[in-house]
Design a protein around this ligand. Structure first.
Ligand code: SF4
Length: 787
């Protein structure tokens, strides 16, 4: 019987970097910095090539060693396939003189060129060739060609050496994988028994991974979805030969639950290397400095120090959480953020935010560049992906930032200040004809891309890059960098913006912004899903299916699965008030009735409740009126901005069996989902309104966009109604968190009575329609009498 050997996948760039990297972190020269004009420069240069030049050629090669196979893949910038003059070209764009590029960086460039050279030469059967490293100076628009004549035999030696050195690392990974897999084979579900729904979920997840499917799963809150998905995915690493598991969560609370699940499994003998990635701005030790060895000591000699740290880390399977990464980074004077990314390469489980897989600017190229890697993706609270996707694929730039930087740099950087003046002038030119609309409506859609503003921004970027190369410290350096990155992101997204985007001029917080707004995130999200072999998205609210399947970039043939709540239906009483209207115009008139209703709910059954509002302004008015009329009740209010400790103390105020407490919070906010107040810590949620997002230009544009889609023509539903009801259902999910929980949900708005909302409410809910406060009190009494 043939013995199967493990197959590893690596991109050409990753192979060369892993083996040859040395020196400092320096994003001025990093091949990952990938400046805006870089891509254009490549294309421009490729277009100038004549004859039988071939650009962007995909290459692959399998190295078969006795104990493992290595699949190497990449994309060659271009080559001339003439037998007599076979030339392979690697293009790099620069904004410095060639002589200024550090040797350590040039070595990587040559390394890539040589690997590509060998792969192509072997494909074409040539024995000697020219390797050309072509530097395109973007400022001078000048090309520098450095040629090396190479024999294939020499390139073969070079690549064999690379592969052999990389394979040493892979063999260590294999030793680890063996230990890990033995532990996984003995792994049992970490708790004494499955909760209702958990086994069903675990089986469905495993099946999806077995068949490399995309599974969208709706499962109720409180059943323990995290462990029910992580456990089978860990099993799949051994049994289905997956390389890594990415657990994505939009919130740290979700990441903590995944960490807890791993910890609990480790308690029962599991051995995996898991890492949690923390955002650069949170984990950076010197956030006011650029990532440049001249400023930041943690960037200095980073790649020289890294190998021994990686080697040391490979000896252990300690969970690499933020504290541990910071400890190692401080000990070795290494950048904690880059270290976490490098350590993720030797990790089996990577817990991180959505953007590390989906955001085109920050997704983990080091993992996803090689084709065919076998990764599993688990996505927690996946209903958030639609809005997160829109954020990731949109970009904006503030006019006031332009002005303030122009003022700061006027004396010291007249060149940049001049270019910013032009940017400001173009802003003003756009603003002038629509000034009144901006003032009255807060925003306007531009009929075409603002070409002159973008041209001015490009010129600003050139000057800023020139100056950033000089590394001169100034008090406004951080502002300059921020504006530079905002402009870069805006222009980069504009390059590929299509009918899924709208150009907006908006006014907020007394500032004017140019915004490139993503109306439909599905195409970008589908690129993200394509980076993994199998994915499971789960949430308590993944309905209606048509909304998520259209906007989440999900495959057409994805599997959808729904787990019914295992908790007794009768433990939740849902009361639908039809006598209060909370539409914007009706709010003042119904305020008294609203607060009296809230008071009635607490009077009938004292305990802890949260009332959720559609906005902070509405919340503030209702809280004020409630305190005025019912000073005997203790209340606690969600503020528009809250620090971590303030959030915790808000939640801590909900004590089990304590005095009655009424929390005032906003729907869709920090307390609207992801909070877990079990038992008597929360016995009811009152939901004011049908959760519609605030009316506005952006939502209206989404509505119009989907009204144009002949197939759906559900503009209002996609822009307002479905996201709204999703919030309502998420909010309602705060109440029943376990088998023994009992509580009520009060839906306060006459619109809940309309068929279009009724049909979106869960069929498992036992709805009590009430037409007056007296009727509500009566029904509440009879509900609570049972308990
Ligand atoms: S510590 Fe901060 S400034 Fe220094 S290299 Fe890392 S991210 Fe950049």
């Amino acid at each position: 019987m043939a013995v199967s050997v493990p197959v590893f996948h690596v991109s050409v760039r990753e192979l060369v970097e892993q083996v040859k990297r040395s020196g400092d972190i320096n994003f001025r020269f990093s091949s990952r910095s990938n400046a805006l004009d870089g891509i254009r420069g490549h294309q421009r240069l490729q277009k100038t090539r004549t004859g039988n030049y071939e650009a962007e050629k995909q290459v692959e090669e399998r190295f078969e060693l006795s104990d493992l196979h290595l699949e190497l893949s990449g994309r060659v910038d271009g080559y001339y396939p003439d037998d007599a003059n076979f030339i392979v070209e690697e293009i790099k764009t620069i904004r410095v003189a060639v002589a200024q590029i550090p040797e350590s960086v040039k070595r990587l460039h040559w390394g890539q060129a040589k690997v590509y050279g060998l792969l192509l030469a072997r494909l074409h059967g040539v024995n000697s060739l020219t390797i050309r490293l072509c530097y395109l100076d973007l400022d001078q628009d000048r090309e520098y060609q450095l040629d090396q004549q190479c024999e294939v035999a020499d390139l073969q030696t070079f690549v064999d050496d690379l592969v052999n050195r990389y394979v040493i690392h892979l063999r260590r990974m294999m030793v680890w994988a063996n230990l890990r897999n033995q532990a996984i084979s003995r792994l049992e579900f970490p708790y004494s028994e499955y909760r209702g729904g958990q086994r069903e979920m675990a089986v469905s997840v495993y099946k999806a991974l077995k068949h490399e499917r995309q599974l969208i799963m709706q499962a109720p809150t409180g059943i323990g979805k995290t462990v029910a998905s992580v456990f089978p995915a860990i099993k799949a690493i051994r049994e289905l030969e997956y390389e890594k598991l990415f657990f994505l969560s939009a919130k740290t609370s979700g990441q903590h639950m995944a960490q807890q699940a791993i910890d609990d499994m480790k308690e029962t003998g599991l051995r995996v290397r898991d890492i949690t990635l923390t955002a650069k701005e949170k984990i950076c030790f010197t956030p006011d400095l650029p990532c440049d060895p001249e400023y930041c000591e943690y960037a200095r000699g980073y790649y020289d120090k890294l190998p021994s740290v990686i080697e040391e880390s490979m000896k252990s399977d300690n969970s690499l959480r933020r504290d541990e990464i910071e400890r190692i980074a401080r000990l070795h004077i290494l950048c904690p953020f880059e270290l976490s990314l490098d350590l993720s390469l030797i990790s089996d489980v990577i817990i991180c935010d959505y953007n590390y897989v989906f955001d085109p600017a920050v997704y983990l190229r080091r993992h996803f560049e090689a084709k065919k890697s076998r990764y599993v993706l688990l996505m927690d609270e996946s209903h958030n992906l639609v809005d997160r996707g829109r954020d990731m694929f949109s970009a904006e730039l503030c006019k006031d930032d332009v002005l303030s930087l122009r003022r700061s740099g006027k004396e010291t950087l007249p060149g940049i200040a001049k270019r910013l003046a032009r940017v400001n002038a173009e802003f003003l030119a756009l603003q002038k004809p629509v000034k009144d609309i901006l003032k009255d409506q807060g925003g306007v859609q531009l009929s075409e891309p603002p070409a002159k503003l973008f041209a001015a921004l490009r010129r600003f970027l050139e000057s800023a890059e020139d100056w950033l190369q000089l590394n001169q410290s100034t008090f406004f350096q951080a502002d300059l960098l921020n504006l530079y990155f905002d402009a870069l992101r805006l222009l980069r997204i504009a390059e590929s913006a299509d009918e899924n985007y709208a150009y907006l001029l908006i006014r907020k917080r007394r500032n004017t912004y140019i915004k490139l707004y993503c109306l439909n995130p599905a195409p970008g999200l589908s690129d993200g899903f394509a980076r993994v072999s199998a994915s499971v998205c789960f949430s308590a609210t993944m309905m209606p299916q048509t909304y998520f399947s259209t906007l989440m970039g999900i495959q057409e043939d994805a599997d959808w699965y729904r787990i019914e709540s295992p908790f007794p239906k009768e433990n939740l009483g849902v009361f639908q008030t039809t006598y209060i209207s909370t539409t914007y115009n009706a709010r003042s008139a119904s305020l008294y009735e609203l607060v009296d209703t809230l008071a009635s709910v607490i009077q009938i059954k004292p305990g802890n409740y949260i009332v959720f509002f559609p906005s902070h302004a509405y919340l503030a008015k209702a809280a004020e009126k409630f305190s005025e009329r019912y000073p005997e009740f203790e209340i606690i209010i969600q503020m528009p901005v809250m620090r971590e400790e303030e959030r915790e103390s808000f939640l801590d105020a909900f004590r089990p069996n304590g005095q009655s407490l009424l929390g005032f919070a906003v729907m869709g906010g920090i307390f609207g989902e992801g909070i877990d107040l079990k038992g008597t810590r929360l016995i009811g949620a009152m939901i004011v309104g049908v959760g519609l997002p605030q009316l506005g230009l952006e939502r209206d544009l989404i509505r119009d966009y989907f009204n144009h889609e002949e197939e759906h023509a559900q503009g209002f539903e996609f822009a307002y109604q479905f996201p709204g009801i999703n919030r309502v259902l998420q909010t309602a999910g705060r109440v029943i968190r376990s088998e023994t929980d009992r509580g009520i949900v009060c839906l306060i708005d006459h619109r809940f009575n309309e068929t279009r909302y009724q049909q979106l409410l869960p069929s498992s809910w036992q709805l009590h329609k009430v037409r007056s406060r007296q009727q509500l009190e009566q029904q509440l009494r009879s509900f609570w009498q049972k308990y």
